[in-house]
Design a binder for this molecule. Structure first.
Ligand code: NZQ
Ligand code: ZN
Length: 401
């Protein structure tokens, strides 16, 4: 039987043109905003100027922090938090992709955190000291992928000398107060990042679908709804970036995929994400591209343990017939179809397609060890169904070559 508690306090203002409401949405939470952006895409598109106008019209002054990098670094977060303190900002706005939004969340928490923000991040063998306070956070996503705009998670790369670990924090104070989601802001996302986003959305729900507990029929249908919607609308957004309807449908799917609703009661763990984060940490691989490589390989590995689940995926997502097939062969057929879909929208699906240097056995072993530095169970395995030992992670990566 399922038991769960659901909490998500983020107000969602959704739809094309919503950016005009940013000032009004922020004003109840502060008068001086740290406006956090990435490498400049929002300036090029004009979205930054429109955001600033809306804020100023509502009586909110702006302190800009630009230059959050993809796979955001902790050192960048620390610099931004210092600026927010120095300028006495009372609200933090993250306007960009998941990297910018995640950085903004940890910046907002760092301003009020006693000690180094590294201590709030998950690392194997250490108990994170979660933030209990944060400046109010407002998110303005410009890329449909992570769902960070309406969840309580942030993924950050520790970039200390001698340590490069991509890890995360999840805490209630990191829920944005408001997410202003304007799909018009996503029309400038290039083809490759649009496709990576599609893969990320699907992977957010497949993690729960395949690793969660048994007996969650409604959650299964929610997850399948997200996947089917993205299979239909994702290619349209990739093929014609200016298709606002497709951009809007994909963006809504990205939010639903990871705002907690689909995951409610499934007891989700995310081994594919954990393995991918190592690639992003070591090689700055874009998150969704790394997932497109790791997920099919992980599926082929895990299907041996839970073939019925993957057979269900094959039937319900790709409409494959079970006649004359055992669960495992049907499962493998479904996974092949999934991989073909990823390739059809331009995602890499093999390690050799990523810029990660020579893939030796030593390198694979190192990825596995790095992955386990973030999260492991009492027996030293990465949580999931099945839990993964170091050798299993190596095998999955080998299957992705
Ligand atoms: O930096 P700028 O110039 O803005 O360019 C970005 C960046 O180069 C560009 N971009 C974003 N919006 C654009 C645009 N280019 C043109 N037009 C626009 N409208 O896209 C590039 C990638 O941006 P990034 O933010 O890195 O991508 P994404 O949204 O996929 O975020 C990935 C990060 O989020 C984490 C990932 O691990 C990774 O660090 N995740 C966060 C999660 C969460 N908080 O819940 C869950 C996810 O599973 C994920 O792990
Ligand atoms: Zn993801």
């Amino acid at each position: 039987m399922m038991k769960f508690e659901f909490y998500n306090p983020t107000r969602l203002i959704f739809g094309a043109g919503s950016l005009a409401q940013l000032g009004k949405a922020v004003r109840p939470y502060g008068k001086k905003a740290l406006l956090v952006i990435g490498g400049g895409s929002v300036k090029k598109s004009g979205a930054f100027d429109r955001a600033v106008s809306s804020l100023k019209a509502a009586g909110v002054s702006v302190v800009e922090f630009s230059g959050v990098e993809p796979n955001p670094r902790l050192s960048t977060v620390v610099r931004a938090a210092e600026l927010a303190k120095k300028e006495a900002c009372d609200v933090v706005i993250g306007m960009g992709g998941g990297s910018v939004m995640d950085a903004s969340k940890v910046i907002a928490a760092s301003v009020l955190y006693e000690g180094h923000p590294k201590d709030m991040l998950v690392r194997a063998g250490k108990v994170p000291r979660l933030p209990e306070r944060a400046l109010p956070i407002i998110t303005v996503p410009t890329l449909a992928a992570t769902g960070s705009e309406m969840n309580n998670g942030a993924v950050i790369t520790i970039d200390d000398e001698g340590e490069k670990l991509k890890t995360f924090v999840q805490a209630d104070v990191l829920y944005p107060r408001v997410a202003v989601v304007d799909s018009e802001l996503t029309v400038t996302v290039p083809k490759n990042h649009t496709a990576f986003g599609v893969c990320d959305i699907i992977t957010h729900v497949t993690e729960g679908y395949f690793n969660g507990i048994d007996g969650t029929p409604l959650q299964d249908r929610f997850a399948e709804g997200v996947i089917l919607t993205v299979l239909e609308w994702g290619p349209k957004a990739v093929n014609d970036g200016s298709d606002l309807e497709a951009r809007t449908q994909v963006q809504w799917a990205s939010i639903v995929a990871l705002n907690g609703w689909v995951q409610a009661g499934v007891n989700m763990v995310a081994p594919v994400h954990m393995i991918e984060h190592t690639l992003s940490a070591l090689y700055d691989t874009p998150h969704g591209a790394g997932l497109a490589v790791v997920n099919p390989a992980w599926m082929r590995f895990a299907a041996r343990v839970r073939p019925d689940r993957f057979a269900q995926f094959a039937q319900r997502i790709f409409g494959l017939s079970a006649t004359g097939k055992d669960d495992l062969s049907l499962a493998m057929e479904g996974i092949n179809r999934f991989e073909e879909f990823l390739r059809s929208i331009g995602c890499p699906t093999r390690l050799s397609e990523l810029s990660i240097g020579e893939i030796t056995e030593e390198a694979l072993l190192r990825y596995a060890e790095e992955t386990l530095k973030v999260l492991q169970d009492e027996e030293g395995r990465l949580p999931g169904r099945p839990p993964l030992r170091k050798e299993d992670i190596v095998e999955i990566l080998r299957m992705a070559m």
